[in-house]
Write a protein that binds this ligand. Sequence first.
Ligand code: SF4
Length: 441
Amino acid sequence: MNKSVSLHTLGCKLNYSETSTISNQFRSRGFEVKDYGEVTDIFVLNTCSVTSNADRECRQIIRSVLRNNPETYIIVIGCYAQLQPEEIAQIEGVDIVLGAAEKFHLFEYVESFEKRDLSCIFRDSHEKIKNFDAAYSADSDSRTRAFLKIQDGCDYKCTFCTIPLARGGSRSLAFDGVIENAKKIIDAGYNEIILTGVNTGDYKYVSGKNINKFIDVLYELEKLNIQRIRISSIEPNLLNNEIIDLVASSEKFCNHFHIPLQSGDNNILKLMKRRYNREFYESLIYRLNEKIYEVGIGVDVITGFPGETEENFINTLEFLESLPISYLHVFTYSERKNTEAVSFSGRVNINIRRERTRRLRELSDEKTGKFYNKYRGTEQKVLFESATAEGTISGYTTNYIRVVCNSSEVQENTIIKVQLSDPIGTQPVPCRVKSFEPFLV
Ligand code: SF4
């Protein structure tokens, strides 16, 4: 009988796309891929290093998997595995830990998937991570939106960040590979491609005299027979006018960006070694609002970075209040080994950090509520995803408003024109279907 495997992912969209690719490796070798939580012969945990309690989370998950089935062969991969392999190998029941360069080659490291007494670690240092492993994945069973990994690693040196240590330097998928994978996604029936990477806008692929940059990827993808392309996350210093003009003029690019800010205070931005100041960021946000119709903008921000005084925090809060943006992703700063910031003075009390996070999350809800309200009564195109057992179906507008309606009214994986009704806070906005004809390219 074929062996079975289940996989579980922590962290970002990049991790999800990579888990999906690893599960396909198992499938193509005849393994049965089951859902997380089912009893299987093998279990793969793809970890994240962003959460401060990665260690606890990892232990808890492994313990619960082993409780169900003590014979499961446990493989741990991902950013936390690259950063702290010994710590993971000491968790009881772990069989093998694979680093960033090794995770896509697990069949070269494991032959029989038989449990032994000792766990093994295969992990090269981050300086040696040079390979690019292509990946793409679905966001859900509905196969409506696919995450296409075009870039990995980062050459920036933000003082709080462990990603360059966990994933190595910036590198990109071959230009032809991007287009090839995009075509595979389209052929599989997806309606939206979300470009994914660690520092996606830093995409650069050199082949002989040819240098392809991020904008070249966008021009080429625009020619394909796809309904929607979402750029999603991009560093502010890389979001140039050429990209803005293309998105503004294209029917296919979504009018939505996720742009990390991290702090609205110039002194803190300097300490973080970010590559812009608040004036630059502010003018970018206004330019986007001016040039791109109904644009939706999400912002990452960190609270309690070392040295962040109440005044610095208020600067950030007031700055965010003033900007025309639609939501925030707020992270509470936590000390990470081997980063520059860990040795900075001015450590902020953890309760103050949490309180600042709470205030910014409150602001985020206000911003989202206002953004939803602004579009009340307007007509929008929504890509509907999976129907729920409760008889509802939801999806996103191009500018990232989550919308919900009765599942008897629309089919899964179709783009339908709707009229937005009255929003209730930050809940998905109810809508009325205006046209039952799905949009086709
Ligand atoms: S840009 Fe900065 S925060 Fe983002 S991955 Fe690179 S080093 Fe980390």
